[in-house]
Design a binder for this molecule. Sequence first.
Ligand SMILES: Nc1ncnc2c1ncn2[C@@H]1O[C@H](COP(=O)(O)OP(=O)(O)OP(=O)(O)O)[C@@H](O)[C@H]1O
Ligand SMILES: [Mg+2]
Length: 494
Amino acid sequence: MQTAPSSTPQRSATEEAALPRVPSRGLPGRGGGKASYVEAAPEWRATTRQVCGLWPFIAGSGTPMVGVPVGRDLRSHATVCCDPISWFARAGLIANPSMFVLGKPGLGKSSLIRRMAIGLCGFGVQPLIFGDLKPDYVDLIGALGGNVVALGRGQGALNVLDPGAATAAALRLTGAARRKLTQDALGRRLTMVAALVGLNRRSRVTDVEEAIIAGALGVLDEHHRPGEATLMELIAVLEEGPEALRRVTLARDNHKRYREATDGLQASLVALADGALGSTFATRTSVPVTLSAPLCIDISGIAETDEKLQAAVLLACWGEGFGAIAAAQALADAGVEPQRNFFIVLDELWRVLRAGEGLVDRVDALTRLNRQKGVGMALITHTMADLLALPSEADRMKAQGFAERAGFIATAGLAADQLPALERVVALSQPERDLITSWSSPPSWDVVAEQEAPPPGRGKFLIKVGGRPGVPVEVVLTQGELAVNDTNKQWRQR
Ligand SMILES: Nc1ncnc2c1ncn2[C@@H]1O[C@H](COP(=O)(O)OP(=O)(O)OP(=O)(O)O)[C@@H](O)[C@H]1O
Ligand SMILES: [Mg+2]
């Protein structure tokens, strides 16, 4: 059989080499078809089942897939999964289960954390908000079927002498574990009373006064069931001056010396119980703090100007909350209950830090201990300057450590002058700097709807782990989330 002659004549190798070469973008000149601009191909992430036909035209993606799905990578559109607990415990991406969120107001910082709280709740991690100042989390925790406890003037009360969850937990333990939990709870109660007295009179409690409080609490425990006695009964013990207490003051039978030693403290306790803080702390606990479900302690009813009460309530909430976590841990260690992890949210950190003396120390202790206690943490504030705006140098140094110790930093839009302070904690490349400042642009005016368009940086975050390249992510809220996410409610209702 004869083959048909080819229409193109055969060329020799020398003729072939002499022909003009077509570059990868096409021939220049008229009719050459040169593409002067080649657009980068969009990247998408999908499962192997969805894109099996495209193999091997795939590129590895840099965004982690472990944790709560928070949104899409702004460059690759790949799903970004991120939360401090999964990144620490499952992926091993960070050294500490905590995150620090920064950004201008209204850009969606609390919304990002709410998304993480929802996801973590699905993973079996309990979200806990020990002091919601705005409130940002009340609707969410309610929707998750959790407990919302309101504290403040004319609202709920928290008895500072109540050992809380530790009492019930200790009964389920034996031997050394029971002793340790009970002693920890008693120690926490003593610290709490001393802190409240110190906060109320604006000077620290002395070591002798602390010993007197400890002695008086010991006397109370002999006559009352846990949670029964309040500050009123504590004052009555000081007034009465039983033998055990006189021994602590070295007054023995000398009544005058006893009065000299205890009068100052007693006056401070009376001021605490009768004053502004009394209605909240000097009566029996109205709703006990339990960690069996997500929890939000709503303290938004306390006026912003009522700084002393705000600081005192925050201290008491953390004391109570961490006591409950310690009790849950002790039960898990003894094998009585399953091991549980918690996600603690400290929103509006700038207000917490400024609320009063001692709060910086408390947050400092929390950020150092969270890993050992099996809790993940999210700290949220506006700028790094919030951490540096504290009156004492020691507090400023401690506060800066919060950002330095965080497992990772998620930053929304920031003004350019805020970046140097951030760069002391994480390294930023020029494109990353540009991205963060571009997100801080003000919203434009929508002439059709006659209202402001959403801010360009809303829901956009750069996730940075140390010096690694950041992951820019956009959080898109679902309908269900929008219903529990509206912190602009007061404006919309007009
Ligand atoms: N990704 C998003 N998509 C759409 N709306 C959003 C998004 N993120 C936040 N919002 C809306 O923007 C408003 C402000 O959000 P949010 O309270 O989370 O901001 P914030 O950064 O925590 O503000 P602040 O600094 O004042 O606490 C809310 O009404 C919220 O519903
Ligand atoms: Mg917020």
